[in-house]
Design a protein. Sequence first.
Length: 164
Amino acid sequence: MRRSAPVSAGFTLIEVLVVVTIVAIAGAIIVPHMLTPSSWGVQAAGRIVIADLLFAQNEAIARQAVRRVIFDPPNNSYRVTDAAGNVVNVPFRGGDYIVDFNRDQRFNGVRLENVAFDGGQPLQIEFDPLGTPSNGGVLDVATNNTSYRINVAPITGRITIAPL
């Protein structure tokens, strides 16, 4: 009895070309939308704001003193202060802890919007010596076509970010 040669499992050249073409078309459509320069800036701004909120929270714990982050949406800036309102001086940042999105070219076109913290001071959040925020709230960082909402949970101080 004669045995037939085993059939090798594989793809034909046509099948491989079809798959490569589909992946190339999908990449050509999706990647430019994901990597627009304005989205880079707003994502970086969101990360900076989160890092600075966490810095203020950790600074309050380390110094056992109140720290505030005070936002100034009309001037597109914010600062970290002590309980008396003095701007915190941080040598590794080159001085006063002030972030101004208008002066930093990395954040060209990024705006602070919808800053709304609960309590008496809607434009600021205060961390007590245990790192607990006095209030929770939200703020948005946005460009013309991309926006992210940063949420600070009351009591726990958990900070999250999500696209709008």
